[in-house]
Design a protein around this ligand. Structure first.
Ligand code: 1CP
Length: 322
C-alpha cells in the first residue's frame, strides 16, 4: 500500500516534474514510471497502478486538487441538487489517461508481476466529495445520509456506476487484479454500514464480475472492526485486506478459510525496522501464513520510512516462502 511515494528519492524527483498531483496521476509517462519504481527497487510480486481514488470526482466534473502537506481539496457536493448536476458524460475522456497508464504498465512489467488496478469504494469517495476533502468527524456526509437518504443514494448510485466503468476499463487495459479501497469504512455508523458500505460495494463487485468473471477483487474495509466478517461474507470480494487493528487470532479464526486475507503489517513497524519489524512480520506469517495470504501492510507506507527496511521485509517474506 502506497508502495510508490515520498519515501523513495526517485519518486520525489519524478513528482517534481509535474505541476500538481492530479496532473501527475493523469500523465501516463509519469504514472507508469511511478508504478515501476518500487518494482525495480524491491522486486515485489505485485505492481499497483499509480493513480488516486479522487480521479473519480474529477471525472464527474468536480474541481480536485492536492495541497502540499494538506491533502486533497474537492469542490464540495452537499445536496441532491448538486449531485444531480454531476454526470458521467465526460468520464471516458477524463479517465482515458489512467487506462492508458494501465496498458503501458502491462506492456512494461515482467509477466510474473501481477498488475493491480484500483478505485475507491463509493462511500469513501463520497466522504471526500461531501466533506470537500479529508475529515475528522465526517459530520457533513453522515448528516446528509441521515437527513436525506434518498438524495444521498443518488450520489452513491452515481459513484457505483462511474466506478464500475473505471474498474472494467482497467481490466480491459490489462489489470489482472482489482483492489477497492473502503478506507473510511470505520466512519460508517454501525446501523448504516450495510446500506452505504457493503451494499454499494457488492453492486460494484457484481458489475465487475459480470463483465469479467475471472478477475479477483481485493476489498480493504479499513476500520470495519466487528463488521469485518460481514464485509467478507456479503461483498462478493475474493480477498479481504486487514487493517492494523485486526487481531491476527480473530482473523485466523473468523475469516481465514472463508476468503483470502491480505495484510496487515503496521506501517510504523516498517519505520521502526530491526528486530521489531522482523517480529511483527513473523507474527503475521505465523498466524495467517498456513492459509492463502497476500502479505502486505495494514495501511500505506509512511513518507519517513527508510527504504532499507522495505528491503529487509521483502527478504524476510521471501525467506519464509522458500
Ligand atoms: O506526492 C504525494 O505525496 C502525494 C501523496 C499521494 C500518493 C503517493 C496521494 C494523495 N495519493 C497517492 C497515490 C495513491 N493513492 C495510490 C498509488 C498506488 C500505491 O499504493 O503505490 C493509491 C492506491 C492511493 C489510494 C488512496 N488515495 C486512498 C485509499 C488508500 C488509503 O490510503 O487508505 C485514499 C484514502 C486516497 C486519498 C488521498 N490521496 C492522497 C492523499 C494524501 C490521500 C489521503 C488523504 C486522507 O488521509 O484523507
Amino acid at each position: 500500500m502506497r508502495q510508490a511515494g515520498r519515501y523513495l528519492p526517485e519518486y520525489r524527483a519524478l513528482r517534481a516534474r509535474a505541476d500538481g498531483f492530479l496532473e501527475f496521476c493523469l500523465t501516463p509517462e509519469l504514472a507508469v514510471e511511478a508504478s515501476l519504481q518500487p518494482i525495480r527497487r524491491f522486486g515485489l510480486d505485485g505492481a499497483i497502478l499509480f493513480s488516486d481514488i479522487l480521479v473519480i470526482p474529477h471525472a464527474l466534473g468536480l474541481g480536485v486538487h492536492f495541497e502540499d502537506g494538506q491533502g486533497p481539496v474537492v469542490e464540495p457536493v452537499r445536496d441532491a441538487a448538486a449531485a444531480g448536476r454531476l454526470s458521467t458524460s465526460a468520464l471516458a475522456h477524463r479517465l482515458r489517461p489512467v487506462w492508458e497508464t494501465v496498458a503501458r504498465l502491462k506492456a512494461a512489467l515482467p509477466p510474473e508481476v501481477a498488475l493491480i488496478g484500483f478505485a475507491g469504494a463509493p462511500w469513501t469517495v463520497a466522504t471526500y466529495m461531501v466533506e470537500g476533502g479529508s475529515s475528522r468527524d465526517f459530520a457533513a456526509v453522515r448528516g446528509w445520509a441521515y437527513r436525506d437518504p434518498v438524495g444521498f443514494a443518488q450520489l452513491i448510485d452515481l459513484l457505483v456506476e462511474a466506478t464500475a466503468i473505471h474498474l472494467n476499463r482497467q481490466v480491459e487495459a490489462g489489470a489482472q487484479v482489482l483492489q477497492i479501497f473502503e478506507s473510511w469504512a470505520g466512519a460508517l455508523p454501525g446501523e448504516e454500514f450495510r446500506r452505504w458500505g457493503v451494499e454499494p460495494v457488492a453492486r460494484l463487485i457484481a458489475a465487475v464480475k459480470t463483465a469479467h468473471p475471472g478477475v479477483p477483487v481485493i476489498l480493504f474495509p479499513r476500520g470495519a472492526g466487528t463488521t469485518y466478517a460481514d464485509w467478507a461474507a456479503e461483498s462478493g470480494a475474493d480477498v479481504i485486506g486487514l487493517d492494523c487493528g485486526v487481531p491476527l487470532e480473530w482473523a485466523a479464526r473468523t475469516l481465514a478459510g472463508r476468503c483470502i486475507l491480505q495484510g496487515n503489517l503496521d506501517p510504523v513497524a516498517l519505520v521502526a525496522g530491526g528486530a521489531a519489524l522482523d517480529a511483527a512480520a513473523e507474527r503475521i506469517l505465523d498466524r495467517l501464513g498456513s492459509k492463502p495470504l497476500v502479505f502486505n501492510l495494514g495501511h500505506g507506507v509512511l513518507p519517513h520510512t527508510p527504504s532499507e527496511h522495505v528491503d529487509r521485509l521483502v527478504a524476510l517474506v521471501r525467506r519464509w516462502r522458500g
